[in-house]
Design a protein around this ligand. Structure first.
Ligand code: V47
Ligand code: SF4
Length: 372
């Protein structure tokens, strides 16, 4: 139990009973979540989140050694927040790698200790299920030891539909080729009224959840995300987290939850201001409190920035993703500060140690690779 009765005594009744539940390690409801998220002072959210973080993960802060391969930025969909995709009509700013070119990217890492390839891109009409099965087999042939975390539910929905296979069939074929898990992208905001505004034409929330449930069923764990800080309200954030919490109760197949801050560079929603760092901290701390059945909370440093990542290690976060080696364009195209995201192992270790945490290199499934 937390010893913060002094703080609790000072709170108004509505908040007091909810905070007491959190202290007693009882699950809070969606309604209670809305009150806590909107009314609790930041310091209180932070104290609760940090206590839960330390109960679950102690002082440990996880990172991994990974690279991203982004097969293409051509996409048949048109999400309003996306700074990265190019429609087929705007091919001048687009790329589409061949399988050989992607294998060559990986060949450059021969002898280097990366444990994960994060393979995600736009939804290209000509890159289908069998193309990606071939790619995965070739990556595995080159580096059998590497974990392939590949394809958002958005890409999977499209490739299964085009190949006329069920999600279970498609995911089983990818798993047999060597895919290990799914990343968390494409979730955005599940509430229909918001999803219809920001990304109407891609997979629905129900399809996203069904694909992740099916992946868990065939033995592939996955991550989950939320895209926050645009037109959504507190009730949409909590509805989103609640749907993920319910699925986690059912399958226990999610490795981590990753809040993604909306960045407003070069997209159709650029008129929307980005939220401030206090809003970031509230969101992460609340996620740590509400998502009680998730073991890990990840701050993806290329998107949120290195300084905020350090602060978030006191607000519930226990994982900061990987070394990346400048292999992703998603966030640099959205205007983030760090245009060439890469950190050496030494830099990641220093970033974590500077704020008094213990760096742990993990693999994709959170097995310890090295302690520092
Ligand atoms: O689904 C796109 C987001 C996601 C913007 O699973 C944006 O380990 C902010 O999911 N501002 C894809 N976000 C990336 C993703 C991810 C990244 C790192 C690790 C993992 C993991 C998953 O990027 C999209 C969307 O939510 N996104 N545009 C933008 N302007
Ligand atoms: Fe395509 Fe993904 Fe960008 Fe949406 S977020 S337009 S699905 S690349």
């Amino acid at each position: 139990m937390l010893k913060s009765n002094l703080i609790v005594d000072q709170l108004s009744n509505g908040l007091n009973s909810i905070v007491q539940k959190v202290i007693n390690q009882e699950r809070i409801t969606e309604e209670e979540g809305v009150i806590l998220y909107t009314k609790a002072p930041l310091a209180l959210l932070g104290t609760l989140a940090n206590t839960i973080r330390e109960q679950k993960n102690g002082n440990k802060t996880y990172f991994n050694k990974n690279i991203h391969i982004e097969p293409t930025n051509i996409c048949v969909f048109d999400c309003k927040f996306c700074s990265y995709s190019r429609l087929l009509s705007k091919k001048s700013e687009a790329w589409e790698y061949t399988i050989d070119e992607m294998v060559e990217i990986l060949q450059k890492y021969e002898g280097k200790e990366i444990t994960e390839v994060h393979l995600v891109g736009g939804v290209h009409p000509k890159m289908g299920l069998h193309y990606f099965i071939d790619l995965i087999k070739k990556i595995k042939a080159l580096r059998p030891d590497i974990h392939i975390k590949a394809f958002t539910a958005v890409e999977l929905e499209y490739m299964c539909r085009k190949a006329k296979v069920s999600y279970k069939e498609g995911l089983t074929m990818l798993k047999e080729a060597g895919q290990g898990s799914l990343p968390g992208g494409g979730a955005e905001i599940f509430a229909k009224e918001i999803r219809d505004e920001i990304c109407k034409d891609k997979c629905t929330s129900e399809q996203w959840l069904e694909i992740h449930e099916t992946a868990h069923g065939v033995g592939m764990p996955s991550n989950a995300t939320i895209l926050y800080g645009h037109i959504e309200k507190a009730k949409h954030i909590i509805d989103h987290m609640s749907r993920l919490r319910n699925l986690q109760d059912k399958t226990n197949g999610f490795n981590t939850f990753i809040p993604l801050k909306y960045r407003n560079g070069n997209n159709q929603m650029s008129h929307i201001n980005e939220v401030n760092v206090v809003d970031d901290m509230r969101l992460y701390a609340f996620a740590r409190i509400f998502m009680d059945n998730f073991d890990h909370l990840k701050a993806y440093w290329p998107m949120i920035g290195k300084k905020t990542t350090q602060s978030l290690l006191a607000f519930g976060v226990d994982d900061i993703d990987g070394t990346i080696d400048d292999t992703t364009k998603i966030y640099s195209m959205a205007g983030v500060e760090d245009q060439n995201p890469t950190m050496t192992t030494e830099e990641i270790i220093a970033l974590i140690k500077q704020v008094g945490r213990t760096p742990i290199e993990r693999d994709t499934l959170y097995n310890t690779v090295n302690e520092y």
